[in-house]
Design a protein around this ligand. Structure first.
Ligand SMILES: *Cc1c(COP(=O)(O)O)cnc(C)c1O
Length: 397
């Protein structure tokens, strides 16, 4: 198909929920993407923090091909090997005891909310429990996840929302304390807020919330759908805080392109669910789990997290220089390979110009450009990105 035909058909037939850039992507290799007109892009978006291993990774592709030839899908009424291997890998990597696999991030949040409610129900038999979530958070688009997403604009047209959700200010412990009562069953937040603009939780906030949870028997749900899977410089970002959640959600890079998410829990919490409480036709299917298993293999084999640490430090330095050199760049935030710069101009304008210069970046919040590249990038790739970015920023002076 011609490039124009693809774009025209998309505008005619897809429900218009995204404003797309006028580019038709066709294939990728490593951290490069190519469009149908043969243009090449340096990818610092990774399909929104997904494609951690880079494109066209032969071993990953072969693992999928092998599984396709064996069995793509079976029902959860039977056991299958990829699912248990994936479960073993993700529980070991996170320190959680048990996992439920989903098909997306938002479904992982749904499961986490249900599990927290069931756990609380078993304790006191009541069904009016409350959840404390954070302003400017993002947890997904399905009704439960939307209800804990602290963005009025996303919720406005879709009420009534799930009741019993209250919003505190992220990194403001007192605002959490004010909302806690006997009905509170869970506190949910992203260890590093992603869509909201790349805001890491402070250590004091993490520790303070954990203390409240321990004192009151409230579950801590950490959403690491975006910042997990090595992106922060540790397998999960909370591991750098010395605070463990009771329930953890994961998705995006877990399958590196094959749709799979997960919610995990400590044994005591996980056992609140019994057969019949939750389920998914596709969740944890052999193909998706084979992808996750190979992702963990690749992480181990190529020391991906070490790379994130090294290149993350370098990215931090280079972005700090950009903050220093350009008045329109106010601040850098984030860690590892989940970082953002806050601008005084519309980030969408900068991103569009970056695309013209062969660089893919995404916005976050209203005034932030985020950097969530594949986790296998090198310092040389960072140099190339910074060079392109600076060239574009020069046009905004
Ligand atoms: C992307 C994201 C979600 C939703 O994941 P989907 O796979 O898009 O449903 C939830 N929480 C966070 C932190 C995310 O970044």
């Amino acid at each position: 198909m011609q490039t124009e035909e693809v774009m025209q058909l998309a505008e005619e037939k897809l429900i218009h929920t995204y404003n797309r850039y006028p580019i038709v992507l066709e294939k990728g290799n490593g951290i490069r993407l190519y469009d149908t007109d043969g243009n090449r892009y340096l990818d610092f978006g990774a399909g929104i923090a997904v494609f951690a291993l880079g494109y066209n990774n032969k071993e990953y592709n072969n693992a999928l091909k092998n599984q396709i030839d064996k069995m793509i899908h079976t029902s959860n009424y039977f056991y299958n090997e990829p699912a248990v291997l994936a479960a073993k890998a993700i529980t070991a990597a996170s320190g959680m005891d048990r996992v439920f696999f989903t098909n997306s991030g938002t479904e992982a949040i749904e499961g986490a909310i249900k599990l927290a409610k069931k756990y609380a129900y078993l304790k006191d038999n009541s069904t009016d429990h409350e959840i404390i979530a954070m302003e400017h958070s993002f947890h997904g688009r399905s009704m439960g996840a939307l209800a804990v997403t602290g963005n009025y604009h996303y919720q406005e047209a879709f009420g009534p929302m799930l009741s019993g959700v209250k919003f505190a200010r992220f990194n403001d412990l007192n605002s959490v304390k004010e909302l806690v009562n006997d009905k509170t069953c869970a506190i949910i937040f992203e260890t590093i807020q992603g869509e909201g603009g790349i805001y890491p939780a402070t250590k004091e906030f993490m520790e303070g919330v954990k203390q409240i949870c321990d004192e009151k028997g409230i579950l801590l749900i950490l959403d690491e759908i975006q910042c997990g899977m090595g992106r922060s410089g540790s397998m999960f970002a909370y591991q750098q805080y010395g605070v463990e959640p009771d329930i953890l959600t994961c998705a995006k890079a877990l399958g590196c392109g094959i749709p799979i998410g997960a919610f995990l829990a400590k044994e005591e919490v996980a056992k609140a669910f019994v057969p019949g409480d939750h389920g998914s036709t596709y969740g944890g299917n052999p193909l998706a789990c084979a992808a996750a298993v190979e992702v963990f293999n690749q992480f181990n084999k190529f020391n991906v997290i070490e790379n994130v640490k090294t290149v993350g430090v370098y990215l931090t330095e280079r972005l700090n220089q950009v903050v220093h050199d350009y008045e329109i760049v106010r601040e850098r935030r984030g860690m590892g390979l989940i970082q953002g710069i806050e601008l005084t101009v519309n980030p969408k304008d900068v991103i569009a110009k970056c695309l013209d210069n062969g660089l893919i970046l995404f916005a976050a919040g209203t005034n932030v450009i985020r950097f969530v590249p594949p986790l296998v990038i090198t310092t040389g790739d960072v140099d190339e990105m910074i060079e392109k970015l600076r060239k574009v920023l020069d046009e905004f002076i």
